[in-house]
Design a protein around this ligand. Structure first.
Ligand code: CLF
Ligand code: SF4
Length: 512
């Protein structure tokens, strides 16, 4: 029982300076649109909902350029078997397939959170997402949240679950002010589910086949309804598995929307034999970039779609798309002098908000220049960025490219593509250029801070224009400016506009 436990964080060597007078909520403000998921911005949401999403990097696309999240791996066990998961690896729902470096006890996890919060003041969210299912490990999960809520009250608490045990814990989730819950729902038809879940373990019994999926689906949808009735923001994650649930996910989208889900995140199946999963070993493929985008586009009329998910590990730390977990091993955390200073965190986040608003304002000024443009051309642009909404990464150092779609309606973040660094240990790798080209093959241009002569020529011969003249500028403002030039070049006959081909989503194991 919780009541008998001591507040272990009270014993940790943590200094907490008194909050300074007048320190307001650093993240208040945040004008303008947040991208998809995101595409709902401050003006579209109630003030209460905006407060919840404005600095959550998963619930707001715009926020993910500026704010970080961290996960603590306190939940090893699982009560469901998914055909895309091998327990040796992270939960495939919420984690990319790499081994979790360390499993933590709640007290270790709470100290790690304070260490990260003191080092990365823009870290605003603590998520528990595995490596198993958090609600199959309820005491460890809730104890961790309790400890963090006591010591770091400004950090948002976020939970991700397969949903099987969710109805049993809704009251506890609400009592702990866990305001964001993700449920992975891959089907609402148990016949589809039987191809995804070989078994579930529920009420001391193992269920298989269609019955297992019927129980799982009923519990997931009930849990979702109960959470949304309490005003808790719910995101639904779905893994797109071609030939199994790809068409069915449109039904899932409708079912979760009607039960009040705020956001739907359709993620690609990542499946390779070396992951040792049922799907990986049986040659089940994941979707291509265009297949994924078409499905996301077709659901977008129904509800907000998340497109910036990085399928992160259960111990990820940092901005989405970067991983700083190696800086915060237990050994390093124990050696750190942790100073959790709420006032400085707020002051730092106020500065982040100023930068964020500058990005939005620059985009809106450029967008206004498209008024009256009637072209039905749209193009895709890949961007090398380290964050902050700017084009600030060298081509050779990029581990991922962010993908924007630009049309007369403006610019929209539509995904990201993981790649191997083109420059490895200072040497260019020609094989990597090929994989980069395949990953961004649907793009007309790639925006970079710098690029060398060889990759520049290689990209051009693949029909992708390397663009470094917007180095260090804002991404969306530059994308719109480029689009206007592109239209002029098409109209002058300098460029013949053609839809580009499909692109690959990386399937190999991703080890940070
Ligand atoms: Fe973590 Fe998930 Fe909370 Fe975000 S991740 S528990 S909602 S804080 Fe985010 Fe990572 Fe995608 Fe998850 S990018 S895998 S959606
Ligand atoms: Fe793996 Fe998560 Fe599925 Fe459990 S719920 S089997 S941890 S993917």
């Amino acid at each position: 029982m919780e009541s008998g436990k001591q507040n272990v964080v009270a014993f940790l060597p943590v200094r907490q300076p008194a909050q300074k007078e007048g320190a307001g909520c650093g993240s208040s403000g945040g004008n303008g649109k947040s991208g998809c998921g995101s595409s709902a911005g401050q003006g579209d949401l109630s003030p209460a909902v905006w407060e919840k999403v404005k600095n959550h990097p998963c619930y707001s696309e715009e926020a993910h350029h500026h704010y970080a999240r961290m996960h603590v791996a306190v939940a090893p066990a699982c009560n469901v078997q998914c055909n895309f998961c091998n327990r040796k690896y992270d939960c495939s729902n919420e984690s990319r397939p790499g081994v979790v470096s360390e499993r933590l006890l709640p007290e270790q996890a709470a100290r790690k959170v304070l260490a990260v919060a003191s080092t990365i003041p823009q870290m605003t969210v603590l998520g528990i997402a595995g490596p198993g299912d958090p609600l199959a490990n309820p005491e460890k999960t809730f104890r961790t949240f309790e400890l963090v809520a006591q010591s770091a009250p400004d950090i948002k608490l976020c939970l991700s679950t397969n949903g099987l045990m969710l109805p049993d814990y809704v009251d506890r989730i609400a009592a702990l002010n866990i305001d964001h819950v993700t449920i992975t729902i891959n089907m609402v038809d148990p016949n589809v589910g039987a191809k995804i879940y070989p078994w579930v373990f529920y009420n001391h019994k193992r269920y298989t086949g269609v019955e297992a999926s019927r129980i799982l689906s009923e519990r997931q949808l009930l849990g979702l309804e109960m959470l949304t009735a309490r005003g808790i923001l719910c995101k639904v994650n779905s893994v797109m598995i071609p030939g199994i649930n790809d068409h069915h996910l449109v039904e899932v989208n409708k079912a979760v929307k009607s039960r009040g889900a705020f956001l739907h995140n359709i993620m690609p199946l990542i499946s390779a034999p070396e992951h040792g999963t049922f799907f990986g070993l049986n040659g089940q493929r994941g979707p291509t970039a265009q297949e994924l985008k078409l499905l996301q586009d077709s659901c977008e009329g129904e509800m907000n779609m998340m497109r910036h998910c990085r399928q992160c590990r259960a111990d990820a730390v940092g901005l989405l798309g970067e991983d700083r977990s190696a800086e915060f091993t237990t050994e390093k955390v124990m050696a750190m002098e942790v100073e959790y200073d709420l006032a400085s965190r707020r002051a730092y986040q106020e500065k982040v908000e100023v930068k964020r608003q500058a990005v939005v304002a620059a985009r809106n000024v450029e967008l206004a220049t498209l008024a009256g443009e009637r072209s039905d051309i749209s193009i895709m642009i890949a961007v090398a960025t380290k964050g902050g909404g700017r084009i600030n990464e060298h081509f050779g150092h990029a581990k991922e490219f962010q993908i924007y779609e630009v049309s007369a309606a403006g610019s929209k973040f539509v995904g990201h593509r993981r790649v191997d660094n083109y420059c490895q240990g200072g040497y260019a790798e020609e094989d990597s250029l090929e994989t980069v080209v395949r990953a961004i093959n649907d793009c007309q241009a790639v925006f970079v801070a710098r690029i060398g002569g060889c990759p520049r020529e290689g990209l051009k011969s693949a029909g992708i224009e390397p663009v470094d003249r917007f180095a260090l500028e804002y991404i969306e403002q530059s994308a719109i400016a480029y689009f206007k030039e592109y239209l002029q070049r098409v109209r002058s006959g300098e460029v013949e506009h053609k839809q580009r081909g499909d692109a690959d989503i990386r399937q190999g194991a991703l080890i940070a």
